[in-house]
Design a protein around this ligand. Structure first.
Ligand code: APR
Ligand code: PHB
Length: 394
């Protein structure tokens, strides 16, 4: 087989890049290890920055998001028993975020791919990348026992943290930066009305809580839990009762509970790999970086990588601007590190750290106090939460 851009992975990164390139008249082939149902079964975050919303519109896949997504103009932060609203719109001069689940973004992108007739291969096993430093890279995979070869100009590694793309770059080229946190998030999805109109990020001595939502009738809640905990340790009853315990009394009184549709525990990690390019291979999204979910940045960073790679590739094909290719990694990394910083900082600020005591505890408490008591500090939270600007490729 032959294509211009081979895309490994059909998560949000691969599908969105595929859609934008297809619309620009560039041939793509998407190769995914799992089935579509498996991809759609993963419950992930649900807050889209304005930049991602605009990119989905540009890709022509925003109709349902614009109908069903919820524009949020602020969120609540609770610490040391105090409830404070971060008025995103007022603090940023008009920016907001869109609450719309990653699963729905993925579903819309899958449908658009199907409607476009552009090729996508699911259940492709043993993807391997070859000649990445040469002029003509290629990849192979196995489908129903047969070995398939794909020749291409470029490969986009959109295959997530555990994918093959990053592992195809010689280890001595890569520099990994990592921080692992000593706790996880236990998430529960339920068909119950959200406890509050806006998201609530709450610090509590028993552990952090996030009250999020997918719609007016579907809620997503998270509890900070020890890494050793298993989902089986957490019956729905135990989850709801712990959530109630950690919320301010007035909020807890509003909580509507119901059976869980999904429950899972995710560890928290910060990770960045540098550089994000090796010859004709470009790493995109989770393949190159992970953030703890506290800042709602994972999906949004994938979108800014996609935007950058898309704009560079269009100019390469239309104007022969191959000089732009080497700008991909530095442009992406500048924005990624800022989002890494914000996600790490929000995580530090709001979680209970098992080993932390004395001085560190007082500093954490003071930082919370300071960040909510000055306008400049609230603006800093707001501008990061709605998303820092995308850098132009020139
Ligand atoms: N071959 C083919 N496909 C693969 C391979 C492989 N060797 N390894 C992984 N994949 C597929 C996965 O099955 C998955 O569908 O690549 C896809 C990667 O998707 P995601 O993990 O969702 O990553 P990405 O598309 O970058 O999405 C952005 O940011 O923080 C997160 O939650 C957020 O998942 C979201 C991500
Ligand atoms: C979610 O809705 O799953 C969600 C929202 C905001 C976050 C993290 C997760 O910061």
């Amino acid at each position: 087989m032959k294509t211009q851009v081979a895309i490994v992975g059909a998560g949000p990164s691969g599908l969105l890049l595929g859609q934008l390139l297809h619309n620009a008249g560039i041939d793509t082939l998407i190769i995914e290890r799992q089935t579509p149902d498996y991809v759609l079964g993963r419950i992930r975050a649900g807050v889209l920055e304005q930049g991602m919303v605009d990119l989905l519109r540009e890709a022509g896949v925003a109709a349902r998001m614009d109908r069903e997504g919820l524009v949020h103009e602020g969120f609540e932060m609770v610490f040391d028993g105090r409830c404070e609203r971060i008025d995103l719109k007022a603090l940023t001069g008009g920016s907001t975020v869109m609450v719309y689940g990653q699963t729905e973004v993925t579903r819309d992108l899958m449908e658009a791919r199907k409607a476009s007739g552009a090729p996508i291969i699911y259940e492709a096993a043993n993807v391997q990348l070859h000649d990445l430093k040469g002029d003509k890279p290629w990849l192979t995979f196995e489908k129903q026992g047969e070995l398939v070869r794909v020749d291409c100009d470029f490969i986009a590694g959109c295959d997530g943290f555990h994918g093959v793309s990053r592992q195809s770059i010689p280890a001595e080229i890569l520099k990994n930066f990592e921080r692992v946190y000593p706790f996880g998030w236990l998430g529960l999805l339920s068909d119950t009305p959200p406890v509050s109109e806006e998201l609530i990020y709450a610090q509590h001595p028993r552990g952090f809580v996030l009250c999020s939502q997918r719609s007016a009738t579907r809620s997503r809640y998270y509890l900070q839990v020890p890494l050793a905990d298993k989902v089986e340790d957490w019956s729905d009853e135990r989850f709801w009762s712990e959530l109630r315990n950690r919320l301010p009394a007035e909020t807890a009184a509003q909580l509507v509970t119901g059976p869980s549709l999904e429950k899972s525990i995710a560890p928290l990690r910060s990770f960045v790999v540098e550089p994000m390019q090796y010859g004709k291979l470009f790493l995109v999204g989770d393949a190159a970086h992970i953030v703890p979910p506290t800042g709602a940045k994972g999906l949004n960073l994938a979108a800014s990588d996609v935007s950058t790679l898309y704009r560079i590739l269009v100019r390469v094909y239309r104007e022969g601007r191959t000089d732009l290719l080497e700008k991909y990694s530095p442009i992406c990394l500048r924005r990624i590190w800022k989002a890494e910083r914000f996600s790490w900082w929000m995580t530090q600020l709001l979680h209970e750290f098992p080993e932390q005591e004395g001085f560190d505890q007082r500093i954490q408490q003071t930082e919370r106090e300071y960040y909510l008591s000055t306008l400049a500090a609230r603006q800093t939270i707001a501008e990061n939460y709605v998303g820092l600007p995308y850098e132009s490729v020139e």
